[in-house]
Design a protein around this ligand. Sequence first.
Ligand SMILES: [Zn+2]
Length: 168
Amino acid sequence: MARLTVLTVPDARLRVKAVPILGVDDNIRQLMDDMLETMYAEDGAGLAATQVGINKRVVVLDLEDHAPGLGPLKIANPEIVWRSEDVQKNWEACLSVPGQSAQVERHTAIRLKYLDENNTTQEKDFVDWVSVCLQHEIDHLQGVLYVDHLSALRRNLLIEKAKKFKAS
Ligand SMILES: [Zn+2]
């Protein structure tokens, strides 16, 4: 396994749209494991391939503290096929916007279609914090950061503060 470098704002690679993978093979499984290792080392709960400069639709997540028994999720080609009308606001943070957090509105529940680490298609419902984190990670694959859901003023402020935080 290898630790990868997490990109931070304003790196332009965070704005690149990821492309679907052809299937989950040993290379993708290695990427998923490297991403998890990186995420644990950085104390994150989720990581998208976009954040390590890899242009593939792959995300990993570990929310064992919030959803006991869920275990680490390794997800490729995620597609949100249903969103609840209910929304909720949560405090979000991001390894790519270091040292900052803000409240963002997300759908309370989603249904996700994806390939698991065995290249098997899954379709599952996720709620609350797991749903919120998945929406955050899937945004990354579109080149979208959680601060994009805020006003331009607030977004620019958080990005400036993140740049200073990283430099300090
Ligand atoms: Zn993030």
